[in-house]
Ligand binder design. Structure first.
Ligand SMILES: Nc1ncnc2c1ncn2[C@@H]1O[C@H](COP(=O)(O)OP(=O)(O)O)[C@@H](O)[C@H]1O
Ligand SMILES: [Mg+2]
Length: 427
């Protein structure tokens, strides 16, 4: 055999199998690089070609077809947005085509996190039908392979879309030609957030190890599960009502586990119980622990994981954790995603592992190699990535404000966080 390959948009070859093997050993050719497939007459990832698979150690990445990931979790400020941006960059660095979507309808700020201060298009252009398809509102980012759909900053009226509108949106998302679509959700457990979490193919819940955040994440997952069951049992609401009464007999607090209540229901209505079990088996959100200070704190994540499995009777994947790291805060101030701002930081290393081992399920040597590849690729972007000076931004409400969209002041609260900090900025 002899094949043409593409590395960084450069066409090379033709190479024989043994020549390719040499390139793999040198580290200059990988499973995610492109090969021209004679059979299908198109460029495909090397790892996806049966005859080349043996070249690569460990499991080969095959991003599943269902690939809309929603990043949620009950609490605000736990790092959903900064993680979304850096996960997007890490996946793009591996050659995947990634689209990040700001689905925080109340306080869109993913674009700010990427250093894009005034997005040319936002959600608003899609909802108001000024743009027909989501592909028309895709924004380029400073990173190759990474695009962004910006949230509609402060546009009232979008904050409460109907369920059907949310579904239409997710279905439109699936039409975008990309390997990964990442939805950055807003805080809280309102149906606006939960419905996106459920409509996506994979839900990633982000929490910090603080008790309040752990509690809110548990609640978030509990509400998500009940919402899912209620929606799927529209034809038989009685079964879900009975289950709910068993679980939450005491004014909304859990009085027994979902598993125990389900067992009881199985005695009364075995068909419904079996159907519920099927839904439980198919609902497997993942957990990410952020701002971890110590090994001990990782145990908080494990405890939450156990509580969800035991009390809510659903399976959960623990994807990994990111340490608390001042470099993240520094990067946010420069409006740069942390993984590109300092690829040598602990947080960047944690994140690279989370992507390769947690998300892409690469284990052993392959996982280690891919992790290094993420960091190596991102390092190359470190210098070119624009950095912004937010200190010079006006202290009046503006999309240029660092707190834009995520600010109590804008909603009539007090004080304006930027005005409040003005003396510090001017010194
Ligand atoms: N691993 C971390 N280490 C230190 N600070 C972090 C970390 N992750 C997030 N932060 C801080 O938390 C703030 C809130 O993060 P953000 O992504 O906006 O939260 P959310 O989207 O969940 O509301 C960020 O501005 C950043 O300063
Ligand atoms: Mg956010």
């Amino acid at each position: 055999m002899s094949v043409f390959i593409k590395i960084k948009d450069q066409q090379l070859g033709p190479y024989s199998y043994n020549e390719l093997k040499k390139l793999v050993t040198e580290g200059s050719f990988d499973q995610d690089d492109l090969v021209f497939s004679e059979a299908s007459n198109e460029w495909v990832r090397a790892g996806h070609l049966e005859e080349l698979r043996k070249l690569f150690p460990g499991p080969v990445s095959t991003p599943s077809e269902r690939m809309v990931y929603a990043i949620g979790g009950g609490k605000g400020g736990v790092g959903k947005t900064v993680l979304t941006a850096s996960i997007g960059i890490g996946l793009a660095a591996l050659g995947y085509r990634v689209v990040m979507v700001d689905a925080d309808l109340g306080g869109a700020n993913l674009h700010t996190c990427m250093g894009i201060l005034e997005p040319q298009y936002t959600f608003y252009h899609f909802y108001s039908l000024q743009k027909e398809s989501l592909s028309d509102i895709l924004l380029d980012t400073p990173i190759e392979n990474l695009k962004l759909i910006s949230g509609a900053c402060g546009t009232l009226g979008l904050a409460n879309p109907r369920y059907s509108q949310k579904l239409r949106f997710i279905n439109e998302l699936r039409k975008i030609d990309a390997d990964f679509i990442l939805l950055d959700l807003g805080a809280g457990s309102s149906y606006n957030v939960i419905d996106f979490f459920l409509a996506a193919d994979h839900g990633l819940a982000v929490t910090t190890p603080e008790p309040m955040a752990i509690q809110e994440t548990f609640n978030f997952l509990k509400i998500a599960l009940m919402r899912k069951l209620t929606r799927e049992f529209k034809d038989d609401p009685d079964a879900i009502n009975r289950l709910e009464q068993e679980v939450f007999a005491d004014s909304g607090r859990m009085s027994q586990s979902v598993g125990a209540a389900l067992q009881k229901l199985a005695g009364e209505d075995p068909a419904a119980a079996k159907r519920i079990q099927g839904i439980l088996d198919g609902f497997t959100p993942s957990l990410i622990l952020n701002m971890v200070h110590s090994e001990d704190e990782v145990k908080e994540g494990v405890a939450l994981h156990t509580a969800v499995e035991e009390l809510l009777a659903m399976k959960m994947n623990f994807l990994g954790y990111v340490e608390h790291d001042e470099s993240v805060r520094r990067a946010v101030k420069e409006l740069r995603p942390f993984v590109v701002d300092d690829p040598t930081s602990r947080a960047a290393k944690n994140l690279a592992k989370l992507i390769t081992v947690g998300l892409l399920k690469k284990t052993g040597w392959a996982g280690f190699k891919e992790k290094r590849r993420v960091l190596r690729q991102v390092k190359q972007q470190n210098k070119e990535y624009p950095s912004q000076q937010i200190r010079e931004s006006e202290t009046i409400c503006s999309v240029q404000c660092f707190y834009w969209g995520d600010c109590e002041y804008q909603n009539g609260g007090y004080p304006c966080p930027v005005r409040h900090l003005d003396p510090i900025f001017k010194s």
